[in-house]
Write a protein that binds this ligand. Structure first.
Ligand code: MN
Length: 192
């Protein structure tokens, strides 16, 4: 088995009540694990076996792309959270947000709107381009902005399995509350 599921940097109940232990148990323990397990099955004995996961994402399509991208997306999503997050961006990321959006609240508002606007399952992303400019994008299913040459720095999962146990059908409520778990020092490191 080539790719292994990392251990989360917080206890399974540490993000509760915004993301409950039950959601962690299913979303990380079952859904994410299944994407990684299936990815490992699909690459076995193929040219993809020795590729970094990012290269698999940008060089595959169909079922393999879906599994590789979903594995990467979920690890990226879960590792941006902290039970005691730094709640404001600092340094270069702070400056870029102020320059482009005027305030963190405005950026959050636009990301929430983009997340609400995803029809069906998918993701909303904050990424940077080669010049450090920030972009908010949406994608259906397993989409990842790396395939458009962007560098993701933050993502919110808007598949129902991300919020249904805690918020039922209220995707907007989940999108509004989840900010209290996002550690902006992690996002800042990804940006720089
Ligand atoms: Mn998910």
């Amino acid at each position: 088995m080539k790719f292994t599921q990392p251990k989360l940097p917080y206890a399974p109940d540490a993000l509760s009540p915004i993301i409950s232990q039950r959601t962690i148990d299913y979303h990380w323990g079952k859904h994410t694990k299944a994407y990684i397990d299936t990815l490992n099955e699909l690459i076995l004995g193929t040219a993809y076996e020795d590729m970094p996961i990012e290269d698999i994402i940008t060089h595959s399509n169909g079922k393999l792309f879906n599994q590789a991208s979903q594995a990467w997306n979920h690890i990226f999503y879960f590792f941006q959270f902290s039970p005691e997050p730094v709640k404001e961006p600092r340094g270069k990321l702070y400056e870029q947000i102020e320059k482009q959006y005027g305030s963190l609240d405005e950026l959050k508002k636009l990301i929430i709107e983009a997340g609400i606007g995803v029809f069906g399952s998918g993701w909303v992303w904050l990424s940077a381009d080669d010049n450090g400019k920030l972009l908010i994008t949406q994608g259906g299913n397993a989409a990842n902005p790396m395939t458009d040459g962007l560098r993701p720095i933050l993502t919110l999962d808007v598949w129902e399995h991300a919020y249904y146990l805690d918020y039922q059908n209220l995707r907007a409520e989940y999108l509004k509350k989840v900010w209290d778990l996002i550690d902006w020092d992690i996002i800042g490191i990804r940006y720089e």
